[in-house]
Design a binder for this molecule. Structure first.
Ligand SMILES: NC(=O)c1ccc[n+]([C@@H]2O[C@H](COP(=O)([O-])OP(=O)(O)OC[C@H]3O[C@@H](n4cnc5c(N)ncnc54)[C@H](O)[C@@H]3O)[C@@H](O)[C@H]2O)c1
Length: 359
């Protein structure tokens, strides 16, 4: 059964959760009528699995497709430029609605394209990775990368709707599942202690892709993001809590030039470092720390990394966008299921946290 959850805010929008790809066409007809023009933007991998199913459901609607190569490097201004040419060739106009079918890369790319094409057109995200279903499709952040940094050029552009078919997770490679699982563990630490227990009880079912368990986990994980972005649409306050583990993780990703380590691995090691730091401040007990590290490991996520210099990583953290007036802003867990924004972490504490995760 499809569940509708509304993300509130100045520009609210509905999430249709547990929806079927093949049913999107009926939703479009009922919502926008028969005459609209739709532009499906996807990549080669996702299109191979799902474009036909989605198109068949859109029978009778004017639907064009643009399929781009797979990969993070597609989040570029060059790709925005070719998308623009292609869209104009297909007579896209201000009433065209973009359908972004794919993971976070396609969501960010097609969403950013929609945010600037003819000063902004509507888009619907159809997320197909765990990460995009529980995280990136919610909150309206869209962006492309620039040689000077990741997601440097972006905007807030809320989708018309998010259409989530959890069965797409069945074809997602495990390496990609882990990226979403790292964010899910983060969500449990930030605000959902019961989900932590659920995942702890069902780690093997999750690894075995039990459909029902995956869906329940995803629904509860995305609810954390919905609640937080509904309260803080533009990241002025509590939305920052979602960065738990990310300041450490980004430092690692930057040091490895976004190639050696996946985002999920960075977040997982970052969460481990944050947990060590929290334990050092008595925000967590030793048992809570061990349980968190153990759960990450049981989901095949790393909690240590080799061959890095803590001082170099500390320097990368100094460049974090979230820092204010020279202070490093860190999000730390308080036990399991609560988190806090900390502005007074000394460099020595951060170095000790790095040393705890570097082998
Ligand atoms: N906008 C936000 O709020 C936000 C939040 C977090 C991350 N992001 C961005 O999201 C991106 C990462 O997203 P991602 O982890 O979804 O990666 P992704 O979009 O690159 O997808 C991962 C891989 O899985 C493939 N894939 C997708 N769905 C599939 C399916 N159902 N079956 C088989 N293969 C499938 C893709 O083709 C790709 O090769 C990054 O660019 C990151 O910056 C954005």
């Amino acid at each position: 059964m499809v569940q509708r959850v509304d993300v509130s805010g100045k520009q609210g929008y509905p999430l249709f959760l547990g929806a079927e790809l093949g049913e999107l066409g009926s939703h479009l007809q009922n919502t926008y009528g028969q005459d609209g023009h739709y532009l499906l933007i996807s990549n080669t991998t996702v299109a191979k699995h799902y474009a036909e199913k989605l198109s068949q459901g859109c029978h009778g609607l004017k639907l064009d497709q643009i399929i781009v190569p797979d990969g993070e490097e597609e989040k570029s201004l060059e790709r925005i430029s070719t998308l623009t040419e292609h869209a104009l060739d297909l007579s896209a106009d201000r009433d065209t609605i973009v359908l972004a079918l794919g993971g976070g890369v396609i969501g960010d790319l097609a969403g950013f394209f929609a945010s600037i094409f003819m000063r902004g057109i509507r888009y619907i995200h159809i997320p197909t990775t765990l990460l995009s279903q529980i995280d990136s499709s919610i909150g309206g952040k869209v962006a492309v990368n620039h040689p000077s940094g990741k997601n440097i050029l972006g905007s807030f552009h809320m989708p018309q709707a998010v259409w989530t078919d959890f069965t797409t997770l069945q074809t997602l490679p495990w390496k990609e599942m882990r990226n979403g699982l790292a964010e899910t563990i983060k969500h449990t630490l930030v605000a959902e202690p019961d989900l932590f227990e659920f995942i702890d009880d069902h780690a093997d079912d999750i690894k075995g892709r039990n459909d029902k368990i995956l869906k329940e986990m995803a629904l509860r994980s995305l609810a954390v993001k919905v609640k937080i972005v509904s309260e803080d649409e533009r990241e002025k306050g509590i939305r920052m809590l979602l960065n738990l583990g990310h300041s450490f993780g980004h430092a690692l990703e930057t040091e490895e030039d976004y190639k050696g380590i996946t985002h999920g691995e960075g977040v997982s090691i970052g969460v481990a470092a944050a947990v060590f730091l929290a334990k050092g401040r008595d925000l967590m007990t030793g048992k809570q720390m061990e349980r968190t590290l153990d759960l990450l490991r049981r989901l095949d996520l790393p909690t240590t990394v080799t061959g890095h210099d803590p001082h170099v990583l500390l320097q990368h953290m100094a460049a974090d966008k979230k820092n204010k007036a020279g202070h490093k802003i860190l999000i730390l867990p308080v036990g399991i299921g609560k988190s806090t924004i900390v502005k007074d972490c000394s460099d020595e504490e951060i170095l000790r946290a790095w040393e705890s995760v570097i082998r």
